[in-house]
Design a binder for this molecule. Structure first.
Ligand SMILES: NC(=O)c1ccc[n+]([C@@H]2O[C@H](COP(=O)([O-])OP(=O)(O)OC[C@H]3O[C@@H](n4cnc5c(N)ncnc54)[C@H](O)[C@@H]3O)[C@@H](O)[C@H]2O)c1
Length: 341
């Protein structure tokens, strides 16, 4: 049995990852979930595994050095999968402090704790690995053509992406300097169940259900590359177990959509299948987000070629699964901590 320290496991991707790991690996995994439960962390996301004896929840902050070191002393941790972050660009534009603290300082504390727990006279314990969950936003913005590869220089524009790029550089430095066994994954925009409704797709669904205005930044033509969350989680599992130490892996499904296309698609689905009063009249254009990146698009060739990963869920299938999940889980939506930006 392998022991995983997952950080931020009560958030959107972390919770989908933990549930997926128990489904796939059953009794072969023990998972410690260290989560501070910010507004974005919701233990209800993990109700399905709550009674599993191999699931251990620790409410706490990754910036709490004593706590993090104590976890390494108390458990034989084989893997760190570091999701915990302040993750919303709009919040980082209003105030960057927490992004610097959690995303940069928190990463350093985890790296130091892993290094001291795993280091031996001959190097590091066998099979251990630290995996940094990063984002395509560290690469900045693309023009109308081209893709982000792992060689694309980092050029973050928002305080959020700058804090994630800083964390990536720290992870790289622990590999370069200390030979700590690490990988970094950089994924495109995720969508799926359990995403806090401040991000585009769940916010859109929630506002449609409540017949609230749907605000679209600028001309709505910003392009994001969308991946169903379970496909991201499968990629993380593969990189963790088969990725070459020290390497970065981009993850994406060649699924570029403009924001306005996503808005129209979700409205169209709900209009057809849920309530004919939900229509395009809900759309309101607002001033563009400051420093708004125009286009993100991942080239996933490396992970496809070297690890054999490919996305399994088409966008048509994934978006329907996602909308239906929110329709069936209005109680989950209603119980969320409400913190307005
Ligand atoms: N959502 C996406 O589309 C996307 C895409 C690529 C990469 N990522 C990255 O994946 C990771 C997870 O993203 P998400 O969308 O699930 O985020 P999220 O905001 O839904 O969840 C973040 C989780 O981290 C926890 N957390 C925050 N600060 C903490 C701290 N100081 N100590 C302990 N726990 C803390 C929160 O309580 C929450 O459970 C992030 O690192 C993000 O940068 C996200």
């Amino acid at each position: 049995m392998k022991t995983y320290l997952v950080t931020g496991g009560c958030g959107f991707i972390g919770a989908n990852f933990i549930r997926g790991m128990f489904e796939k690996h059953g009794n072969d995994v023990r998972i410690l979930n260290l989560d501070k439960l910010t507004y974005a962390g919701n233990p209800a996301n993990l109700k399905a595994v709550g009674n599993n004896a191999d699931y251990i929840f620790i409410k706490g902050d990754i910036c709490d050095k004593n706590l993090v070191n104590g976890l390494f002393r108390s458990y034989d941790i084989d893997y760190v999968v570091h999701f915990a972050a302040e993750s919303h660009v709009d919040r980082s534009i209003l105030s960057a402090d927490e992004f610097v603290r959690t995303n940069i300082l928190g990463t350093t504390i985890l790296l130091d704790a892993a290094k001291s727990a795993w280091e031996t006279d001959e190097g590091y314990l066998d099979g251990v690995k630290y995996l940094q969950i990063s984002t395509d936003e560290v690469y900045g913005s693309l023009g109308e053509t081209g893709y982000f590869t792992e060689m694309t220089p980092l050029d973050p524009h928002s305080p959020y992406s700058a804090s994630k790029a800083s964390a990536d550089m720290l992870v790289k430095s622990y590999f370069d300097t200390h030979k700590l066994p690490v990988n970094i994954t950089r994924c495109s925009n995720n969508y799926g169940p359990y995403q806090y409704p401040e991000k585009l797709i769940p916010l859109l669904i929630q506002n449609c259900l409540e017949k609230k205005p749907i605000t679209v930044y600028g001309d709505g033509m910003n392009i994001r590359d969308w991946l169903y969350v379970n496909d991201h989680c499968r990629a993380i599992d593969m990189v963790l177990h088969h990725g070459t130490i020290g390497e970065v892996y981009n993850i994406g499904g060649h699924n570029e959509k403009t924001n306005i296309d996503i808005v129209r698609l979700v409205i169209g689905y709900l209009h057809e299948n849920y309530d004919p009063d939900i229509d395009d009249s809900l759309i309101t254009y607002v001033a563009d987000r400051k420093g708004h990146d125009r286009r993100y698009a991942i080239n996933p060739e490396k992970i496809e070629r070297t690890l054999g990963w490919t996305p399994e869920t088409s966008f048509a299938e994934g978006i329907e699964l996602t909308i239906r999940w929110y329709l069936e889980n209005t109680e989950w939506l209603g119980n969320l901590k409400q913190i307005s930006v």
